[in-house]
Design a binder for this molecule. Sequence first.
Ligand code: FES
Length: 386
Amino acid sequence: MPKDGSESSLDHSELTLDGLGIPMWLTLELTYRCPLHCPWCSNPLNFDKFKNELSTEEWKKVLRDGRKMGALQLGFTGGEPMLRDDIEELVREADGLGYYTNLITSGVGLTPERLKALKAGGLKQIQLSVQSSDRELSHQLVGVDVFDQKMAVAENIKAEGFPMVLNIPICKQNIDQTRAMLEMAERLEVEYIEFANIQYYNWALLNRDEFLPSLDQLKAAEAVVAEYRERLGNKMQIYFVIPDYFDDRPKACMNGWGNIHLTIGPDGAALPCQEARVIKGLEFPNVRDESLDWIWNNSPVFNAYRGDDWMKDPCKSCDEKEQDHGGCRCQAFLLTGDAANTDPVCSKSPMHDVVGSCVANSTNPHRVEKPLVFRKKGAISTDFLR
Ligand code: FES
């Protein structure tokens, strides 16, 4: 099997359910550095150990190689991608290669000058994270007083003519503000608002009991969303998905492992999803050592949960497996200890109770509340990850 990336030896048509088998969605985690301390951060618990970030030239090579393989949608994320002083250069390179570029940012560091440079470089869309319509709650949730800064950035994004996605992680603490957050989005004239129900990996998993909203809260928020969808029509697209913990079927996570998503971590590690490092025992290939083509097509990690050969029952014999691919591998590992198990969100999983008991525990009126664990170096011991 060639490792030099010159030629793929794989018949893509055999590989995936969408028949393409190419990494259409490329996510570049440019850095794990971040000025915020979000307690739901998707970055690894030991994020501070990843200091050897790819250089500008190394990222450019990833962009070229990804494009050759058919990648089209590109997300620059982090940590906070604006902490890289080469983001403008990378956007320019990506645009020249023909990517549809998306910047996923907290807005901190996104000055009017840098916005102009990104626009000139061809950036297509900005996804700005906001945690609340209320300054004080925002401060409480991210550990830093940046609400006013975010609002100013939102106005500047619009002034530059970018389509804007407002991304709001939804949790017990802010879900009752759904109406106020929609009013804020309307005022800011955003094109898309995504109420992103928190996914429980890494930092969010540490805080799960504090974050999981109740079913009543979710239903009330959903009703407000329906009212706004009715009133605003196409003026603003509103995404709101009930968290999978409250569902009886799992999400088709990443559209299937190694199917269309490829993430490159700050250190060059190639990951089938941004959370994949939580699965113990996987050795992630690195773009510094291997070609992107070999990584995608031939590396053991990307083939570990591709297709359905790896499945056990009940997934193996399930007539829904082509829709949900057995759910999320990372969630299966974190909640059952084996990434090849059925995602326990599924009511057919023999371990479905673990999800039910989490929901029950989070809404137990006698539960003793714990302080949130904020993403900070040294916030918890990560010796167990070594
Ligand atoms: Fe990794 Fe779902 S988050 S497979």
